[in-house]
Structure formats: C-alpha cells, structure tokens
Design a protein around this ligand. Sequence first.
Ligand code: SF4
Length: 228
Amino acid sequence: MNPPTGRGTAVSISSLVTAAACPLRLWYAKSGGSPPPGRYAVCRQLSEHLGSGVSRETVWEEICAIHPDISPEFYGFLDACIGSCRNNSSWIPPDETDVPVKSEKFGIYGIVDKLYRDEPFFSIVRPSQAPAAGLYHSDRLRITAYTFCLQELFGEHITGGLVEYIPDGIVRQCIPQPIDRRRFIRALHSAKKVMDGTIPAKPSRAPCTWCRFSDRCVPGGTRLSDLL
Ligand code: SF4
C-alpha cells in the first residue's frame, strides 16, 4: 500500500507520535537511521503467539531470524515477558497481523499490529510497562491515529482499540475522546511542518538523558550544523 498523497506530505503514525513528544527529535530521526532492534522486536514477536502456547525457544529463534543483529541479552527480557503474559488468559487470536492502513483525509499511514473482525477491532503492541492506570498520552495518540485510518477503511463503527503492554502482560482498551483528537491534530501539524523542512526550535529542557539524540542536542540555539 502506498502512502496517501491527498493532503501534502504523508506522515507515518510513528513520526506523528515522535513529533508530539518533541518535533526536534523527529527532525534528527529523519536523518538518524533506525535504532538497533530491542524490546519492541521481542514484544512484537511474542505477541504474535500469545494464547497459542508456542515455546520460548521458538519465539527466540523467530526473533533472531527477523532481526539477526539483536543482542542475546534480550533473551532474558523475552523470558520475563513470557512470565508476565502467562498471568493473563484473555489474549485473543487476531484475524490479521501487520496490516498496512492509511487515511487520505489526514495524510497519515502506518501498520496495525493486530486486526480483529469485530470488537475490540485492533490492537497495538508496546514494549513498555503499563502506567499505574489508563494509558500513556503517546499510546492514546497511536490509537486515535489508527482509529481514523480504520474508520476510513472499514467504517465509523470502529471506535477504538487495545494497547498490549507486553512486559506486564496487561491489555488496556482506548476509546479516543475529543481531547485525544485535538492532540492528534496538533501533532499532525507539528509533524507535517518538520517533514516539509521546517527546523524546529530547541526545547528549553534539552538535552534529555533518555533521548538517543541527546549528544547532538546541546543547550543554545539550533544551528544547521547541529542538525546535519
Ligand atoms: S534531547 Fe530532548 S529536546 Fe533534544 S531532540 Fe531529544 S527529546 Fe528533543
């Protein structure tokens, strides 16, 4: 499936989520390459088998086949995730996985991890622990974006989806609300500006220790040489 072309630059849902957190990070990521495979690679492949009783060795072999450069240290993480996911007996086998979706209306595209014919309609896999209650803003944004795409493809009856917090074996439902749709539109504008070539201002909090671009994001004005 080709990205939508109806409303200017097409934006991936992952770019939109990055822009919502920090537009400058999206600017760096545009030229920064992909991070090495890690927690998401493990969680995504484990999620594929939840509820089917496949052995951890088989899941690990599949992860290594898909990501030959994954570090062996993630085997322990897989083991811990399997332990958490065993405590949940409500995993539903999907009807389809890795489904490309898009919205011509908003000019966004992405890949839905799991699709179901009926409720809960779809789910996304997250490699983070679940928040104490509810969902992270970034995950509500993901669900809002995928809901827009699926509504355009299948109809307005798609009201939301699930978030699988694999390290905790917890699944939470998200039905987007007006505030989520407002945040979505704000993030979309922000991401489109960056994709169209506008260099974002450096946030006053920079650099952030957890960000993979923190060494390039030093205090002071944003110079072009910092960004290239
Ligand atoms: S270090 Fe912080 S401010 Fe700089 S790009 Fe990363 S998230 Fe943004």
